[in-house]
Each structure stands twice: as structure tokens, then as C-alpha cells.
Design a protein around this ligand. Structure first.
Ligand SMILES: C[S@@+](CC[C@H](N)C(=O)[O-])C[C@H]1O[C@@H](n2cnc3c(N)ncnc32)[C@H](O)[C@@H]1O
Length: 231
């Protein structure tokens, strides 16, 4: 299937959002600033997710939110939904809170949660972006079922994930995720990439309408945007 992803953010908009992640003093650590700038500039993820959530008003739970870049992208797009992001990396949550405060995202909250232990209670839309691969097949099912149970009518479930389709892109995705873990950028190592047919069957069984579209843009990865709705 052709990748019809929207382009990533412009350099100017990426820099504008990333500035919220600058350290408090000139010689402070700029890692998250540079990461945010490069990620927003190179990955079509956030424009794709914003397009998927446009027109919704239900509160959004972002599972494995990292620095909460999605909250900033939604704000920039004028998509005014209440946002709550959780991640097990406490350092990211501290920086996510600080950046959201700096940018005046009053409707955004963050908490440290380990998704291998629990899911927070929620009713509304749910996003899980580049996170599913960190869990075993069994726990992925638990998470998917948990997310489906959170969906309110008119709300959306938005997942981006690599898929296990044997492609060269899939191998590059797995290799890069492994490297990110070895270099200490990611606390967890990748465990399993989901199978598209199994996921679709799960959505069908729950009576949801779902769509699968490539969302890699110019990156070499095998990333897909999955959107499921309960009409
Ligand atoms: C590739 S990053 C994606 C971050 C964010 N979703 C985004 O797209 O900007 C994967 C995130 O999943 C988080 N993560 C991995 N395992 C987790 C777990 N067991 N519980 C909560 N978060 C987890 C990582 O800390 C990391 O922030």
C-alpha cells in the first residue's frame, strides 16, 4: 500500500515546539530539545495522528507518551481535547510536565505508569504511538482489549506500530528499536511486532470499524497508522 502520509512539521514549527524542552540554564542538557526537534521535523507521525483525531472532542489518553509531543502537536493544530499522557520513564514525564507548563497547555496532564503492570482508568479516545512492540503477544492483547474498552462513542483509538510482515522495512524497524535500547535511549527492548490480520480480527470482533495505512514517510521504517472507531 502506498504511503500517503502528510509531511512532517516544517523546520520552523518543529523548532517552536522543541523550544519548550530547552533546559532552564544555558549549559543545561539539551538532549530532549534536539530529540524533539529532529523527531518533529522528520517523522510524519504527529500530523497523521492529528488528522485522525480532528473533529473529536473526547478526552485523549496517550499511552507511552514519552515527552508528550503529541499534546504540543494537537495544540498547534487547534485540536482542543483534554490530554493525559502516561509513560514508565519518570525522567520523560518530568520534562513532559515542564514543557507543557511552559507552553501553557492547561488541559494536559502526565503521570508515571508502567503499562506492563496496569492501565489507567479512562473513557474517551486513546493513542498508543510506537509502544506496542515493547510487550509480549499476550500482553499486547491485554492492552488492545483494555484500550477498546475505553473507547466512547465517537471517540477514536489511534495506534502507530511496526507490523510483523517480514519486510526489509520491518527488519530495519526492529534493528533500530534494539539499538535504541542498547544505547540507553529506550528503557525497554522490543519484544514483538503485531500481526495486522490478528489486530483487525480483534477490532472486528469488538464491532469496531478500523483502517490500516502506512505511516513512515521518508523514514526507512515499517510504521503503520491504525485507527479504530466505535460508531
Ligand atoms: C518510541 S517511544 C514513543 C513515545 C511517544 N509515544 C511518541 O510517539 O512521541 C516509546 C515510549 O514507550 C514507553 N514505554 C515503553 N515501555 C513502557 C511501559 N512498560 N510502560 C509505559 N511506557 C512504556 C517508553 O518509555 C517511550 O517513551
Amino acid at each position: 500500500m502506498t504511503d500517503t502520509a502528510l509531511p512532517p512539521l516544517s523546520a520552523e514549527r518543529a523548532r517552536h515546539i522543541a523550544r519548550a524542552f530547552l533546559p532552564d540554564w544555558p549549559l543545561g542538557n539539551r538532549y530532549h530539545y534536539y530529540y524533539a526537534r529532529a523527531k518533529l521535523r522528520s517523522d510524519p507521525l504527529y500530523p497523521g495522528v492529528c488528522a485522525a483525531l480532528k473533529g473529536t472532542s473526547a478526552p485523549l489518553l496517550d499511552l507511552g507518551c514519552g515527552l508528550g509531543l503529541l499534546a504540543h502537536a494537537l495544540h498547534e493544530e487547534g485540536i482542543a481535547v483534554r490530554y493525559f499522557g502516561v509513560d514508565h520513564d519518570a525522567r520523560k514525564i518530568v520534562d513532559a510536565r515542564r514543557a507543557a507548563l511552559r507552553r501553557g497547555l492547561v488541559d494536559a496532564g502526565f503521570e508515571t505508569v508502567d503499562l506492563s503492570r496496569s492501565l489507567p482508568p479512562h473513557r474517551g479516545s486513546v493513542a498508543m504511538l510506537d509502544v506496542l512492540q515493547f510487550f509480549s503477544p499476550g500482553h499486547q492483547q491485554v492492552l488492545v482489549d483494555g484500550m477498546l474498552a475505553m473507547l466512547a462513542p465517537g471517540a477514536r483509538l489511534v495506534i502507530r506500530t511496526g507490523l510483523d510482515d517480514g519486510s526489509r522495512r520491518a527488519r530495519i524497524t526492529r534493528g533500530t528499536d534494539r539499538l535504541s535500547h542498547l544505547l540507553g535511549w529506550m528503557k525497554s527492548a522490543p519484544r514483538h511486532y503485531p500481526d495486522a490480520d490478528r489486530l483487525r480480527a480483534r477490532f472486528d470482533a469488538a464491532g469496531l470499524h478500523s483502517s490500516f495505512a502506512p505511516l513512515s514517510g521518508d523514514t526507512p521504517f515499517n510504521n503503520w497508522l491504525i485507527v479504530a472507531t466505535r460508531d
